[in-house]
Design a protein around this ligand. Sequence first.
Ligand code: ACO
Length: 216
Amino acid sequence: MSAGGKRAREPEPEPAAEEEVDLTPLQREELHAQQERDGILTFPIYYNDGTADSLTKLVQLKAIFCQQLPKMPKEYISRLVLDRRHVSLVCVYSGEIVGGITYRPVKEQQLSEIVFCAVSADHQVQGYGTRIMNQIKEECKRTGIEGMLTYADNHAVGYFRKQGFKKNVIMKRERWQGYLKDYEGATLMECLVDPSIDYLTTRQTADVQREALVKR
Ligand code: ACO
């Protein structure tokens, strides 16, 4: 996606609670898992089914996209977020929508196109972007989606790389060509979803494996 280029100028974000800032990725994963068990952190999925509740949530998510992707025309964001072929996975923390991903599942090709992805300014760099992506991967597993493709803004390539996306697209071109929207000045990236991986405990799994290796 090209037009998301620069970030919006935001007022200085409020510093997050100290315990959230200094956490290791493993501690963050454990904290989010606990918050999910406690019901403080949820990841509901919405699409435009015409209900007032879905529309309200989609409009709130759209507002975050508009702020965080200032180069993308607002009408374009609205159109896709509210388009019935698009689905949005929303991150709700303590009753507030703090981010999400809008994607378009192409069921016949077993792939999804990630269209917009953002976290509100005062909740960034606290692991929500990672958790949202891991939740999407779990949703892909549940719905038979084998891979995700996205045109990543060039400044967001590092974020997508950390989420397992690669510039080297393995999926055969005929499988995705014509199914994705084309963007200039953006980088096509792919992430294949492995049904045998529990994406919500990857840090924990890596930690257990590391300890076993050290012991050996
Ligand atoms: N470039 C490189 N690395 C990044 C970036 C970035 N722009 N943003 C986050 N990271 C890193 C973090 O440092 C962190 O690294 P670590 O795991 O080693 O600690 C990792 O990526 C994940 O960070 P999170 O805290 O989980 O991510 P966050 O909640 O901040 O969300 C996001 C990341 C969605 C990119 C957020 O910064 C954002 O909304 N940015 C503005 C909107 C945007 O650029 N969206 C993507 C556009 S492209 C598209 O939508 C298809």
